[in-house]
Design a protein around this ligand. Structure first.
Ligand SMILES: [Zn+2]
Length: 308
């Protein structure tokens, strides 16, 4: 029984590996730890805006009588469930898919949206990274790329809602957009928000912890009373929250940089600095998979501080 179950998991994981995860190992959850099949769910926030959870980054959505919008696309299997659900909520169909950033657990499901949406919207740096990194991985045929890009900001009216995309500088990657549903006062942070999970800092794409901290401060100030959607959260923790949660991640990053700077001053080796069991004061943060680890975050901080 146990053996059969393992075989099933292993086969399913390989099937997943064949599609998006292994060839585009952008998020860092090892395929073997992906629990198939994903349970999906729609949840309302307010004013026709809500979240869809399945596998990968949280999808935000707007569903009005005039049409629907999705923010991020997860993976092909869960994207299909999201498309079907949004089409039921909004009989006029899905107008737009917006990607917060290029990572595979946010864009892998784009092809499920492509035939039914008018546009796929990305910040221009995100669009560039999406093409570059998927070309390197040889997965272009499994992608659907943006046909509408923006620099600093973009907006569009859908029914009685106005949707905005903003670029505030480097953060989790070199091209993260913050998506705002203005009248609902809901802000999708993509992976600029990890709730109590050691976050990935994607330096090869241009990520920066110092800039990420500024982005969190700026967005928390501009949208101080908004409800925020987070890309990821630790098991059991919410994927939505408030400006306080953004500032908590900013404080975590300050502690990460402080730890690295103290270590460098004390002439500790990189290994001594990054291989600690927990960050004092932040024991509530957990690891997820092989990439979202304290050592991973500290290594990125070390490289950033040491100028590597
Ligand atoms: Zn990401």
């Amino acid at each position: 029984m146990t053996f059969d179950r393992r075989q099933f998991l292993s086969t399913s994981s390989l099937a997943v590996a064949g599609t998006a995860l292994a060839r585009v190992p952008l998020f860092g959850q090892a395929p073997a730890q992906t629990p198939p099949p994903a349970v999906t769910a729609f949840e309302d926030i307010r004013r026709n805006v809500g979240i869809f959870t399945g596998r990968g980054g949280t999808i935000g959505w707007l569903a009005t009588p005039a049409g629907a919008v999705a923010v991020d696309a997860q993976f092909p299997d869960t994207a299909k469930a999201c498309v079907t659900g949004l089409q039921q909520k909004s009989p006029k169909g899905i107008q737009l898919l917006i990607n917060t950033h290029y990572h595979g657990d946010h864009t892998g499901g784009n092809p499920a949206f492509r035939p039914v949406v008018k546009s796929i919207v990305q910040q221009e740096r995100c669009a560039k990274l999406h093409k570059e990194f998927t070309a390197k991985a040889g997965t272009e045929s499994q992608q659907a790329y943006a046909d509408l890009t923006f620099g600093e900001s973009w907006s569009q009216e859908i029914g009685d809602e106005k949707v905005w995309g903003f670029y505030h500088g480097a953060g989790h990657t070199g091209g993260d957009a913050v998506i705002v549903f203005e009248r609902a006062n809901v802000v999708h942070m993509g992976d600029l928000m990890f709730n109590q999970v050691h976050p990935r800092v994607d330096r090869p794409s241009g990520a920066s912890i110092k800039s990420w901290m500024s982005v969190l401060e700026k967005v928390a100030k501009r949208h101080s009373d908004a409800t925020f959607i987070f890309g990821h959260a630790k098991p059991g923790a919410p994927v939505t929250g408030t400006a306080k949660d953004l500032l908590a991640l900013r404080t975590y990053f300050a502690a990460v940089l402080d730890h690295v700077q103290k270590g460098l001053k004390a002439k500790q080796s990189q290994d001594e600095i990054v291989k600690i069991d927990s960050l004092p004061g932040f024991t509530n943060y957990v690891s997820n998979g092989a990439v979202l680890t304290l050592a991973g975050t500290l290594t990125a901080a070390y490289e950033e501080v040491a100028g590597k």
